[in-house]
Write a protein that binds this ligand. Structure first.
Ligand code: FAD
Length: 561
């Protein structure tokens, strides 16, 4: 039987002037009674975020000896892979969200709808703000204590401080963003259909610019194109001819994290579809009417009028995480660094999952060198080919990032790299291997953050907590590679199940394990089945499938509500 500790006294003070309500939940732990009446002190686990990593952690967490408290500004889980489909009405926003209250009730967890604005690791406290509440006439702020903190707050869109982006561009990160885009697209067509406009004005209003040629930017462009071809042509026949989609990418190619065959196919398809693809084109500013780009080849700055801009160029740390990083001496880093057990470096009782964190690559590199050193038997300083393969396999198992990189580069490229660095010698020196791996290191930093990684991390950490007592009683787990002592759990290992890039027109590119690439209509059916199966409940699954069927039969809804 669980009962709250006496220290849980919530209302501390009310500031009358600003209408600010401040309270404190200072109950780090509750107690529970065993069958023989003994008291066990429960540790309090505070989870920040209800996204991919947080939801996965919560749904796999199953240890009654912890008190779990969730803090997140949104009381639902959002299935982000289908967010681009919401922007044109292929799928409804409500079909891809799962309220988390149901999970909280089932698991006996507590939920507070609020945003964590400060983490105080030295006092094991977080400071939170709830959304503006009209009934309370202000903002509610409160502190909450924790014994263990799980940070799963994701990331925010990165504008690279480009002037005008925050003010004039749309982002595609949250359900609200997708709904705003949907309304904005329809509004553009309604405005372009007004009488007495010149051709130039109509062209400007329905010029859609997408910035960023990553998977999200590409998928959104494809969805928008489908909408224009399949629905707009019928609904707005008079203005359809003035429509234009421009996709801007600063690099040489779009989808550069995918296999080259996929990139080439996507670029050709977009050209065939009439999507204006501009690579080597970096956005330097956005105003209310124009978007300016600097062309990498010529250095020329070009400005173009637009009707709507969608910004999708990657992610950056949230302010609360930046502040936390400064406090714990990680201020110089781009993302929060954890060890391979997902513990934030330098903070033993804080874990970080998903887009908000990355496994510290420097340590990874040292561990890799240690694996190599171990395999080297210490005598010759060289490895033969068979030993080299064994070492690579070992590294791949421990480090998902390296595995992804090696797969992308097709392992033999690395072998060739090593071979050429080492002349004709089939034996590889430690130094050569380290050199080659420093290239791997550079590449690893650029790996995209995905839902796959986030959900696997959530599941991994929950499983660690589930067997915490057993492992504490029997701590003879595997030896940590570096550093002193033993660690109770295996390090986190990522399994890559492949990636999809929907390209529109019922065609999808799929890159699956084993370097298997498939592009076309058959992959689209694979995409439908995988995503339907990955939805987190039968409710959302049935809603999404019925949305797809509705779209096939009746087309998309073009109202701007
Ligand atoms: P999120 O899922 O973003 O969750 C963060 C949570 O933290 C949210 O609940 C948020 O409300 C909460 N939060 C935010 N700030 C605070 C705070 N201060 N305090 C408390 N809580 C806070 N990945 C794939 O693998 N495949 C795909 O097809 C794919 N498609 C995508 C399409 C789009 C449009 C987008 C935007 C992303 C896509 N991704 C995809 C990436 C994937 O969504 C992210 O990698 C994943 O969401 C990361 O999970 P997370 O738990 O770290 O963060």
């Amino acid at each position: 039987k669980a009962y709250p500790s006496a220290s849980k006294l919530l209302l501390l003070s009310t500031c009358s002037g600003g209408g600010l309500l401040v309270y404190s939940d200072s109950s780090p732990s509750r107690r529970t009674l065993t069958a023989d009446g003994q008291e066990i002190k429960k540790k309090k686990v505070v989870v920040l975020g209800s996204g991919w990593s947080g939801y996965s952690f919560l749904s796999h967490f199953n240890n009654p000896n912890y008190d779990v408290q969730v803090v997140s500004p949104r009381n639902f889980f959002l299935f982000t892979p289908l967010l681009p489909s919401v922007t044109n009405g292929t799928v409804e926003a409500r079909s891809i969200v799962e309220p988390i209250r149901g999970l909280m009730r089932k698991k006996g967890f507590e939920y507070t709808e609020a945003e964590c604005v400060k983490i105080d690791p030295s006092n094991k406290k977080i400071h939170c703000k709830s959304k503006d509440s009209t009934s309370l006439k202000g903002t509610t702020e409160f502190d909450m204590d924790y014994d263990i903190l799980v940070i799963a707050v994701g990331a925010k869109p990165n504008t690279f401080n480009t002037p005008g982006v925050e003010e004039h561009a749309h982002f595609l990160k949250e359900a609200d963003d997708a709904l705003k885009i949907r309304r904005s697209v329809i509004n553009c067509f309604e405005r372009a259909s007004l009488p007495d406009l010149t051709e130039e004005e109509r062209k400007k209003i329905i010029h859609f610019v997408v910035v960023g040629g990553g998977p999200t930017g590409v998928e959104f462009s494809a969805e928008l194109h489908d909408f224009l071809v399949e629905d707009v042509a019928k609904i707005y026949p008079k203005v359809q001819e003035f429509t234009r989609i421009t996709l801007l990418e600063a690099g040489d190619h779009i989808l550069n994290m995918f296999d080259k065959r996929i990139t080439a196919f996507a670029e050709e398809k977009f050209q065939r579809d009439g999507i204006d693809l501009k690579t080597k084109s970096m956005v330097v500013g956005v105003t209310a009417d124009e978007i300016s780009t600097k062309e990498r080849g010529s250095g020329e700055v070009v400005s173009e009028p637009y009707g709507m801009v969608v910004w999708s160029t990657g992610i950056g740390s949230r302010p609360v995480i930046k502040d936390f990083m400064h406090q714990i001496g990680q201020g110089q880093r781009r993302v929060l660094a954890t060890d391979e057990w997902l513990r934030v470096e330098g903070c033993d009782s804080v874990y970080a999952l998903g887009d908000t964190a990355t496994i510290n690559q420097r340590r990874v590199m040292e561990d890799i060198a240690a694996i190599f050193g171990k395999a080297d038997k210490g005598e010759t300083g060289t490895l033969n080919k068979k030993e080299f393969k064994g070492v690579v396999k070992d590294i791949c198992q421990r480090y998902p990032q390296v595995e992804l990189y090696l797969k992308k580069k097709k392992l033999r490229n690395i072998a060739n790299l090593l071979k050429s660095a080492n002349g004709d010698n089939t034996e590889l020196s430690i130094e050569t291997f380290k050199q080659a791996l420093s290239e791997v290191d550079t590449q690893m930093k650029n790996l995209p953050a995905t839902a796959q990684v986030a959900s696997q991390q959530g599941k991994y950490l929950a499983k660690c907590f589930n067997k915490m007592e057993k492992c504490e009683k029997k701590p003879e787990g595997p030896l940590r590679f570096r550093g002193e002592g033993r660690h109770r759990f295996q390090p986190f290992r990522y399994r890559h199940f492949g990636s999809f890039a929907p390209l529109g027109g019922e065609q999808t590119a799929a890159e699956l394990p084993g370097d298997w690439v498939s592009i076309g209509h058959s992959s689209q059916w694979l995409w439908y089945s995988v995503y339907a199966s990955k939805l987190v409940s039968w409710r959302t699954r049935s809603l999404v499938v019925s949305d797809w069927v509705r779209r096939f039969i009746f087309g998309r809804d073009s109202s701007s509500i």
